[in-house]
Ligand binder design. Structure first.
Ligand SMILES: Nc1ncnc2c1ncn2[C@@H]1O[C@H](COP(=O)(O)OP(=O)(O)O)[C@@H](O)[C@H]1O
Ligand SMILES: [Mg+2]
Length: 255
């Protein structure tokens, strides 16, 4: 599959991979490599220039956007919320969800207590694009929404990058749990979160430069091994919250 946002500037130069049903595929690589672009293509925010993308044997270009988006749950890197209540923003994950289901999802995403701590609880308005919430809070709302949606295909794009490392560990446990049962594509900045993926793809400048399981990639002593070694030093000397180097990019309206 090949793709460029602008036909004059190709971003993905011939990417090919398969995620077997129920498995987890991780995409890692430097900022700007094209990881989020792949997630956006899956959700059909953009159409590719050549090649094809199929989900469960069906070309995504041939199915309705509605059925495609019903099948996939995305926790994007930068969540844009509706200018409505926090409850509404979670409930958007599944039409007709009960308050109890909404709260269960919020609890699993570790945002329920925070919500109850606000004067208006679930009726608190989040502001334009959710600007009254921090990045981590927005990310948790996105996770709660996706937990509520409970989709067969899960796409996590640096889903925990805006969280401090303790919360990240807690949410990772939740995400790992829900991804066990379903087909998952995870884009990760912190490699420690993908060590148990069935396959890891290392993307660099729009090309797959390495692929395999964690142990194989470490042994191969290439880009992945270099990134792994660098992050090992960071793990030994943790940096201050919010300064972990996770790449932030302008908001893309993913849901
Ligand atoms: N909406 C867009 N329009 C044009 N170029 C874009 C857009 N989004 C991303 N790009 C470019 O595509 C490349 C890959 O971006 P992205 O997929 O976001 O990288 P990653 O997620 O790996 O950091 C970058 O060079 C980026 O500048
Ligand atoms: Mg990205």
């Amino acid at each position: 599959m090949r793709f460029g946002y602008d036909p004059q500037r190709e971003i993905l130069h011939g990417i090919s991979f398969t995620v077997p049903a129920g498995r987890t595929l991780a995409i890692v690589g430097p900022s700007g490599a094209g990881k989020s672009t792949i997630a956006r293509i899956l959700f059909r925010f953009y159409d590719i220039q050549s090649g094809s993308v199929t989900i469960d044997g069906q070309d995504i270009a041939a199915v309705t956007q509605q059925s495609l988006r019903a099948a996939i749950g995305i926790v994007p890197q930068d969540m844009v919320l509706f200018n409505d209540t926090i409850g509404y923003n979670i409930a958007y994950g599944r039409e007709g969800a009960s308050q109890a289901e909404i709260e269960a999802a919020a609890r699993a995403a570790q945002i329920h207590d925070f919500i109850l701590g606000m004067p208006q609880g679930y009726d608190t308005r989040v502001g334009e694009r959710g600007l009254k919430l921090s990045g981590g809070e927005k990310q948790r709302v996105a996770i709660a929404r996706t937990l509520l949606k409970d989709p067969p295909v899960l796409v996590l794009d640096e889903a925990t990058s805006a969280l401090d490392s303790r919360t990240e560990t807690e949410i990772q446990t939740v995400l790992r749990d829900i991804s066990r049962k379903r087909t998952t594509l995870v884009v990760a900045h912190r490699l420690s979160t993908v060590v148990d993926a069935d396959e890891i793809i290392v993307l660099d400048q729009g090309r797959i430069v390495e692929r395999g399981a964690h142990a194989d990639l470490v042994r191969a002593d290439g880009l992945y091994a270099t990134m792994w070694a660098r992050q090992a030093t960071e793990r030994d000397a943790p940096v201050a919250e919010g300064e972990d180097g996770a790449d932030r990019e302008p908001a893309a309206p993913l849901l």
